[in-house]
Design a protein around this ligand. Structure first.
Ligand SMILES: OC[C@H]1O[C@](O)(CO)[C@@H](O)[C@@H]1O
Length: 564
């Protein structure tokens, strides 16, 4: 008899008072009131006990090890821009103009920078399933090995820019898989009240990689030979080897283990993350719940691509949501600053692009720590809404000052206003602050927790592809667009940000602090996003809980927006 059945039987023979008494003895567990449904007592809810913060240090370390995959990705973002300014790199992979100077054309710059993201898309789309086939850890090890092969091709490039580009595509394939499996594994092993923060560690690692990548370029720029770029590039081997070794110590996803019928191992994995015994009733209950979900999904058969279009189970809505959120993350314009911030700073006379980059890197990295706190404290929706509002304000000021004040006598006169430039730099930093604390990590958190297991790999793959393809588009087309319309470009992102605000309000439900299986039920019930913060899991509902009222609302849209 499963724990659930045993519990039901026990619950049916005791009175509510006895039940409450017996629960107050279990001080260790999170107590939830027994509940009634149609006036009969059902399963009392035993939650995995919340321990003092110190008990979670080891699971946090394990999650940071998994999140280290983000560091690899960030290091690449942080170094490629600098490489493209290094003299040795230009000599080897650039063209030569009639004065004998070496340079990279816009197209070649775009290809060298952004084909990496095309590789990422290929990796997440075609190889994301490695995590389902061999487990998330083995999947991550294979992905990192592919990344190492790509790095070897890049480091070994002597003169052929296309060899370097192919190396970036191959490395990108590995990174695409990492970008999918890292957040997935973290979301599946972390205790639910820390899940948002733990998945956000992935983004923290991305920002740390970007920042330290910038620093590495700063450190090697004074060399005149290939040390300039081969050393930062070669350090990738060290990061990759660290990642592979780390995977030997982290727990495997309990959801994957249950799917492979490794129930005892699944219990051990949950117990390890939550610092309780594998026989703890709450662990048994969680494994039982995962098993029920897995069995149900098995009975329904293997999910094909057509199932991604299923509107009845709301899978289609979730797929669209994932694709939209990760597209909108890029359409905030963040990488306009990360890739091309150097040009903006140059406009106010700060000539050293490497230093510029470091300023952005610092703001980005330290702000992400705040994200770890706010994502679980205030919830996903609040973060995204405030983030979109904050970034819209920054972008309006940035673009307007750029358009009206930066060149008082016109761009071609070559005179720039120092005050306007400083103001733009300040607002770029505010923008990065708003981005890093909200939209940078939260979309990853949301996609890692929204999909039922059966379609999770495919759903996350599609969302990651959308992220990478928009990243590619912005990286590739920005030099052309910004060259044509200058700072009016900021208004394009501003428009996207305003749209994002409304999109989140009407389409993104709150998922903070819920077990993954409950999130699935909330979606299936068609809960309206602006009511979702009040959604109650079936196991905790009172008799007066109205599922329909949570899924329907006749008030006009503007009244919903102002909370009437
Ligand atoms: O921190 C900035 C970085 O974060 C991302 O938006 C998502 O990981 C990247 O596209 C960007 O370069």
């Amino acid at each position: 008899m499963s724990f659930k059945e045993a519990d039901l039987e026990r619950a049916s023979t005791i009175t509510p008072v006895e039940l409450q008494d017996s629960y107050s003895e279990k001080e260790d567990h999170d107590e939830k009131e027994y509940y009634t449904d149609n006036d009969c007592i059902q399963t009392p809810v035993i939650e995995i006990p919340k321990k003092p913060a110190s008990a979670y240090i080891s699971v946090c370390i394990m999650c940071v090890m998994v999140a280290f995959g983000g560091f690899i990705l960030g290091w690449d973002t942080g170094t490629i821009g600098g490489f493209e300014s290094h003299t040795d790199f230009l000599r080897r992979f650039g063209s030569t103009n009639k004065n004998g100077e070496h340079y990279l054309s816009k197209v070649r710059t775009g290809l060298l920078t952004s084909m990496f993201n095309v590789g990422c898309s290929i990796g997440s789309f075609f190889l994301g399933r490695l995590g389902d086939m061999y487990g998330r850890r083995i999947g991550l090890i294979i992905a990192t090995t592919i990344f190492i092969v790509g790095t070897i091709i890049q480091v070994a490039s002597v003169k052929a820019w296309y060899q370097y580009m192919i190396g970036r595509i191959v490395a990108g394939v590995g990174c695409g898989v990492i970008a999918m499996l890292s957040p997935m594994l973290i979301s599946e092993v972390s205790p639910k009240h820390l899940r948002g923060a733990m998945v956000s560690c992935y983004q923290l690692m991305v920002t740390m990689g970007i920042f330290l990548g910038y620093c590495a370029n700063y450190g090697t720029k004074r060399y005149s030979n290939s040390v300039q770029w081969r050393v930062p590039e070669g350090l990738q081997f060290a990061w990759a080897l660290f990642m592979i070794s780390a995977m030997l110590f982290v727990p495997e996803s309990p959801r994957y283990l249950v799917e492979k019928n490794k129930i005892e191992e699944a219990k051990r994995s949950i117990a390890k993350s939550n610092k309780v015994s594998p026989d703890d009733p709450a662990v048994v209950r969680e494994v039982d719940e995962i098993k029920i979900a897995v069995d149900r999904e098995r009975a329904e058969g293997e999910a094909g691509w057509s199932e991604m279009l299923d509107t009845k189970t709301k899978v289609f809505q979730r797929v669209v949501n994932g694709i939209m959120l990760l597209a909108l993350q890029q359409l905030t314009g963040c990488n306009y600053f990360f890739f091309y911030g150097t040009l903006i700073f140059k406009a106010v006379g700060l000539e050293d692009g490497y230093e510029t980059a470091i300023v952005f890197g610092v703001v980005n990295f330290f702000s992400t720590f705040i994200a770890l706190y706010v994502v679980d404290k205030f919830g996903r929706r609040a973060c995204l809404l405030w983030g979109a509002a904050g970034m819209t304000c920054c972008m309006v000021v940035f673009a307007s000052v750029g358009v009206t004040r930066l060149w008082p006598k016109g761009k071609n006169a070559g005179i720039t206003s120092q005050g306007a430039g400083n103001c733009m730099i300040c607002f770029s930093c505010f923008f990065i602050f708003c981005f890093a604390t909200t939209w940078a990590p939260v979309p990853f958190v949301i996609i890692s927790e929204s999909f039922p297991l059966k379609v999770k790999a495919k759903g996350m793959a599609l969302a990651t592809v959308s992220n990478q393809m928009w990243n590619f588009c912005i990286g590739f087309f920005t030099p052309f667009i910004a060259g044509a319309i200058d700072f009016y470009y900021g208004y394009v992102f501003m428009g996207c940000l305003v749209f994002s605000y409304f999109y989140v309000f009407f389409f993104v439900p709150e998922t903070k602090g819920m077990v993954l299986e409950d999130i699935n039920v909330m979606w299936e019930e068609g809960t309206l996003p602006w009511k979702s913060a009040n959604w109650v899991p079936p196991s905790e509902r009172g008799a007066d809980y109205d599922v329909d009222a949570m899924a329907n609302d006749d008030t006009p849209a503007w009244k919903k927006l102002i909370g009437k």
